[in-house]
Design a protein around this ligand. Sequence first.
Ligand SMILES: Nc1ncnc2c1ncn2[C@@H]1O[C@H](COP(=O)(O)OP(=O)(O)OP(=O)(O)O)[C@@H](O)[C@H]1O
Ligand SMILES: [Mg+2]
Length: 250
Amino acid sequence: MQSHPQPDISRTAARPETQTAPGQAVRLDGVELSLGSGAARVHILKGVSLSIAPGEAVGLVGPSGSGKSSLLMVLAGLERADAGSVQVAGQELTGLDEDALARFRGRHVGIVFQAFHLIPTMTAIENVAVPLELAGRADAFERAAAELTAVGLGHRLDHYPAQLSGGEQQRVAVARALAPEPRILVADEPTGNLDEATGRQIMDLLFEAQARRGATLVIVTHDATLAKRCDRTVRLRSGAVETDAAGIPA
Ligand SMILES: Nc1ncnc2c1ncn2[C@@H]1O[C@H](COP(=O)(O)OP(=O)(O)OP(=O)(O)O)[C@@H](O)[C@H]1O
Ligand SMILES: [Mg+2]
């Protein structure tokens, strides 16, 4: 995950737009991705094709370096595929410019990272509200307070990230991801920095959002217990889909 750029939160804010066509939540076809330049250039994704139904929970597993985080970045609109088709929430992402991609992320994708990625100079409520405010939502702070309360942090609204535990910081990140009511939630090892019980609470919040809001959930994980909670497991190896099966990973 470290090799990917930090998300620019100001550019991932929600903005009202017209509805897109219904259908698969995610549809990837022959996706190729190379990153880095010169000798450091790496061919990461090699012809990845994958469809995910609306409301489905998919666990993305595979060895370190197999391209899980990279694939998540592509389907979240944070990395641009070199070739192939990337359709998310009914929209083709290849060919969108940076501004259009940022609007797409703001409307449709909630992102949770292993390392929280909160803005250290902002309080919990500001971390959640400011992206909403930038997107023009008049009720940004009310909405942020409601989301933080829903994740059990109603009593920590004015704390800075450094004043919060790891689990609390990840709750803020979850509230921030859920606040724009995205249709797709992606999480890259969201429990990787947390103890088992705290990790389970974070996962409960994500699965609850999937169930209650009908969001599609894509989770990168090394945790077999977590993968088992998903409807389906996609295993990557060397940048390609190795297995794609309902239920428990092999
Ligand atoms: N910006 C980049 N430039 C060059 N190579 C990169 C870049 N980002 C990732 N890579 C390489 O792409 C490959 C896949 O990386 P990725 O982070 O997607 O793997 P991963 O499956 O998420 O691994 P892990 O389980 O360790 O997080 C790795 O070999 C990595 O070194
Ligand atoms: Mg990774």
